[in-house]
Design a protein around this ligand. Structure first.
Ligand code: ADP
Ligand code: MG
Length: 348
């Protein structure tokens, strides 16, 4: 008798063709069932490619039949209809056609404010740029759009001849923010539909040009507002930023749950404010340490890396010159660059 758990473990051994990640963590397995020596598996792909489907079918059958007590394996695969000629080949990620020119859209989420989500978004964007990628950064935090300040941008976007918004460029990263649409010190009163509409325009009516990555700084939290934003933006993956303390409180699980609800693959967890090195060299673990890594293991998702508390990180944010830009070879900058390398690997 094979348990669902055993079947899923076997399926975790099957990677998506061309990626180093398995089909379970990509969220492609819709159901598994066992009955009298026969296992049936249902996959739902976002690509219409027949080669991908055939290769996955064969691999899944082999993986499942290797379980003791399984004689028959049947694999059902749901796929969208074949795309029109000339459409880009789709990976395991969804909705790429909605944002022409943008290869990967990645959301950065957190359980609550103040854990360093925007700091990580800004520095990861600059780190990916440092590594040679073309990067955009979209600040969707309606409660506190802090990214223009952190990137040192005051001017508002221009409008092109094609009536598109032209994102200002800071440190080589193209930037769009809810903050550009607000007067200084104006209280933020956004109604749900207004937010959705604005965010849709940010994707479709902004002249992003060609981008390898568009990072999206979500509002803090994992409630309905964040969930609808995740549905509005055609996301290819989500990253969760946490402090060690927050991770141990199960907050990360809520973030993962949010992405799963909208079928967005979870790329991994970043632990921010991991520890602090005192002037005498002692390592001080203010919020505990390792919670992010432990939670990532528990949730079977990638641990992307840790960022210690550094005065330079806060100063970089306040001065509009992120630490990755000011001093890429120093430890604070290196922490972000290592995480960006991980991300790049996972995104293929
Ligand atoms: N690793 C860190 N070291 C030092 N200061 C940090 C670090 N991460 C964030 N901060 C500071 O903490 C504050 C909150 O960070 P922020 O990125 O605005 O959080 P969030 O977007 O989650 O609300 C900012 O002043 C920021 O400069
Ligand atoms: Mg923020």
């Amino acid at each position: 008798m094979a348990s669902d758990e055993q079947i899923l473990t076997a399926l975790k051994g099957v990677n998506y063709p061309g990626y180093s990640r398995d089909i379970v963590s990509f969220g492609l397995v819709k159901s598994v069932a066992f009955n009298n020596g026969a296992v049936s598996v249902e996959l739902e792909l976002t690509t219409a490619s027949r080669e991908v489907a055939q290769s996955l079918k064969a691999e899944v059958e082999a993986a499942v039949k290797a379980i003791a007590g399984v004689n028959i394996a049947s694999v059902q695969i749901k796929q969208p209809a074949a795309p029109a000629a000339g459409a880009a080949a789709a990976g395991p990620f969804q909705n790429q056609q909605k944002a022409p020119g943008i290869k990967r859209i990645v959301a950065i989420a957190s359980g609550k404010g103040g854990v360093g989500k925007s700091t990580c978004s800004v520095n990861l964007a600059c780190a990916l740029q440092f590594l040679g990628a073309r990067v955009g950064l979209l600040d969707c935090d309606i409660y506190g759009p802090s990214i223009p300040l952190m990137m040192g941008i005051k001017q508002r976007p221009n409008v092109s001849e094609q009536d598109k918004l032209v994102p200002p460029n800071a440190h080589g990263v193209k930037l769009m923010s809810m903050g550009f649409l607000l007067e200084d010190d104006q209280p933020v009163i956004w109604r749900g539909p207004m937010i959705m509409k604005t965010v849709q325009q940010f994707i479709q009516q902004v002249d992003w040009g060609e981008l390898d990555y568009l990072l999206v700084d979500l509002p803090p939290g994992t409630g309905d507002a964040q969930l609808s934003l995740c549905q509005t933006v055609p996301l290819d993956g989500g990253v969760i930023v946490t402090t060690p303390q927050e991770a141990s409180l199960g907050v990360v699980r809520k973030g993962i749950g949010m992405f799963e609800k909208v079928n967005v693959p979870i790329l991994g967890i970043v632990e921010n404010m991991s520890y602090f090195t005192a002037p005498n060299g002692d390592r001080v673990e203010i919020f505990g340490h390792g919670g992010g890594r432990q939670e990532a293991e528990r949730q079977k998702t990638a641990f992307l890396g840790e960022v210690p508390l550094f005065m330079e990180i806060r100063e970089g944010g306040d001065s509009g010159e992120p630490v990755v830009v000011r001093a890429p070879s120093d430890p604070p900058g290196q922490a972000f660059i290592k995480i960006a390398e991980q991300l790049r690997k996972i995104l293929g």
